[in-house]
Design a binder for this molecule. Sequence first.
Ligand SMILES: Nc1nc2c(ncn2[C@@H]2O[C@H](COP(=O)(O)OP(=O)(O)OP(=O)(O)O)[C@@H](O)[C@H]2O)c(=O)[nH]1
Ligand SMILES: [Mg+2]
Length: 712
Amino acid sequence: MKLPAHITPPIRRRPGTTSDRTPVYAMVGNPNCGKTTLFNALTGLRQKVGNYPGVTVEKKMGTTYSQHGRPIQVIDLPGAYSLAARSPDEAVLRDVLFGRREDTPQPDRIICVVDAANLERNLYLVHQILDLGRPVIIALNMMDMADASGLKIDPAALERVLGVPVIACEAVRGRGLVELRLAMSRVELPLARHRWDVPAPIASAVAELQAALTEGDARSPLVARAEALLLLTDFDSVRVAGSKPLSPRTNGILAHWRQRWTGEGTDWSAALIRSRYDSIGVLCRGTVVRTREQGPSVSDRIDAVLCHSVWGWAVFGVIMAALFFSIFSLAEPPMDFIDAKFAGLGNWVKSAMAPGDLRDLLVGGVIGGVGPVVKFLPQILILFFFVGLLESTGYMARAAFIMDRLMGKVGLSGRSFIPLLGSYACAIPGIMATRTIENARDRLVTILVAPLMSCSARLPVYLLMIATLVPGDTLPAAKKAGIMLAMYALGTGGVFFFAWLFKRTLFKSAPPHMIMELPPYQPPRFKEILRHMLERSWLFLKNAGTIILAISIVLWFLTTYPKLPDPAATATEQLAHSFAGRAGHLIEPVIKPLGFDWRIGIGLVTSFAAREVFVSSMGVIFGVEGRDEDTAPIRDALRAARWPTGAPLFTPLVCLVLMVYYVFAMQCMSTVAVVKRETNSWRWPLFQIAYMTGTAWLVCFLFYQTGHALGY
Ligand SMILES: Nc1nc2c(ncn2[C@@H]2O[C@H](COP(=O)(O)OP(=O)(O)OP(=O)(O)O)[C@@H](O)[C@H]2O)c(=O)[nH]1
Ligand SMILES: [Mg+2]
C-alpha cells in the first residue's frame, strides 16, 4: 500500500536497535572518571582533560566511526554523582539525557564510564541510567588505578549480572578502545537485566507524572518514568540555558504530591536511595575482590604534606614564586629573539620600500602593532605549562582544599577557588568552570570577581611597564618578579575583598560547605600539557594576527589622518592633529588625575577589546611618533615620551599606576560576552564593568595623587 506523502509510516524498532540515521551515544559518568579522555580517544578531538572533578562543564559533540566505517555521534558530558542535578554542569547531563535540550539530539545509547577504583560509588549513577531503559555499554575505566589500590575486578561477572557489555579500559593508554568501538558498532545491544521496583504507594504518582511528561512529546515511556522518579525524589531547581521548562501540568502534579507527602511525613527520597544502594551492593558482591588490606596510599602520604595547614601553604607559595620567577628568567632569551626578528623585519621594510603611507602602514601599523604582542608568547607558554602541571597532577583540587578555610572567611567555599585559579590563565574558562558551584548566589559572586584575577592577557601590559620602569630595562629578575607578584597579589586581594563585600550586601547566603573529591595524584601528562600549550599559543597568535592586527591598522589610520598640511610638523604635532589625537584629548580630563595623558587614553580605550591591545596600541602610537628613526624597543620609545611641559610621561610612578589600572579595570570584550551568556542577562556584565573600572579609577587616583604628593 502506498501512503500519501504527508503521512510517515510508523517505524517499529526493537529496543536497542539503531535505525539508519547516525546513532548518538552519550558519555556519562562520575566526575574525573576519564570520560573526556575516552571521548578524545574515540573522536580524535582535543577536549580539555584534567585530574580534578569538574573539568568538562558543557556538552561536546564529536564523531567516531564504527568497525564498518559508519559514522557514530558521541556526546561528551559533564560528570555527576547522580542524576539529581545540584549545579548547572550536572543539569547539562540530566537535560541532555532526558532530551530536554533543544540543541542536542536525545542519545540513543549510553556509555557509562565507571572508575573501577571506586566501583560502588560510581554504580549509583549507572543504576539511575539503567532506569532509562536505553542500551548501555559500561566502560570500566582506570583499571590500572584499581589494580594499584589492591582491587581485583571481574568485568565478566558484572556483565553476567547486568546483561550489558562491560569493557575493561585504561583510557590514557588506549586499552579497551578496540573492544569499546566493537561494542558501539553492534546493531543490537541487549537491554540490562535491571529491575527497579518502585514502592507501591508512589507508583501512582510516577504513573501520573509519566503521562504528563509524554504528553505531546515523542519521548519514550521509560525515559519519562525515570524522569518522573527523579522529579519526585529530588528537587528540580537547577536549570541551564537552552533547556525546555517543565509543563504547567507536570509542575501541578509535582506540587500536589509533594504537598501530600510532606503532610504525611514520608521521606521518599531516603527510601529510594537506600534501596538503590542495596541493589548495588548485590552487584558488587561477585565483581570486586580486595586482594590486600588498604593502608594509606601514596596519595594520602603526599597529602599529609600538601594539605597540611602550614606546609600546604609553604608549598603553594613556593609553586607561585617559581612560576613568576621562571616567567622572567626563562622567557628572556626567546623574547629578545622575537623582538630582534620584528625589529629586523621593520628595518628591512624601511630600507626596501620608498617612503610613503604604505611603508608607514606596514612598519608602524602592522609590524609595530603586532610585534610587541607576539613577543610575549614565551611567557604565555610558561604560564600555561604551570597551570597544566597543576591540573594534570591533581594539585588543583588540593589548592582548592587548602584555600577552603580562607575562602570561607569571605563567604565562599574552596569550590570557587578552582574557577578563580583557572582565571590566572584566562577568565573565560574560569567563568565557565563556575558551573560546578551549587549555590546560585555563590556562583554569581564568583563570576563577578573572577576577572580580577590577573589573566595571561595582562602579562604583556605588566611586562611592558616593568621594562619601562628603569632606563635600559636593567632591573634584576628577582625585583621584576617581585613587582609582578605584587600585581597578582593585588588582583587576588581584590577578589577576596569584593567577594566579601558582595556576599555581605548583594548576595547574602549562608557560607557553603565544600564537598570535593581529592583525586589520586597522577604523573603529569606532558603530551597533554604540551598540546594545551600549543593550542593556547595558537589562539594567542591567531588573536594577534586578526583582532590585534585589525585594531593596529585602524589605529594607525586614525593616528595618521587627517594630515597636517605643513610637512615640517613634528610627529607629536601630527599625532595631536589626527582623529585619534582629537578623541584622546576628549578623554584626557578623565584620566589626567591618574597621571595618564591622551596617548595612554587611546590605549585604554582600544584595549577594551582585549588587554594586550594596549601594548600594540602603544607600539603604534609611540612608534608613529618616532617613525623616522630605526625601530627601537617600545620601552625606549615610552621612556622618551614627554608631556608638553617637557616632563617625562612614563615616570616609574605612572608605570606602576598603569599596571594597577589593568589589575582592576574590566578590559575584555570576550569576558563580557561570556558573563552575559552564563548569567543570562545584561545586568551583571554591565555591573561588572562599572564596579571594576570604577575601582580601577579610584585606586589609581589615590595611588597616583599620593605618590605625586610624596614627590615621585
Ligand atoms: N591512571 C589512569 N588515569 C586515567 C585514566 N583515564 C583517564 N585518566 C586520567 O584521569 C583524569 C581525568 O580524566 P578526564 O578525561 O578529564 O575525566 P572526566 O571524566 O572527563 O572528568 P570531568 O570532565 O571532570 O567529569 C585525567 O588526569 C586523565 O589523564 C586511566 O585509565 N588510568
Ligand atoms: Mg570531562
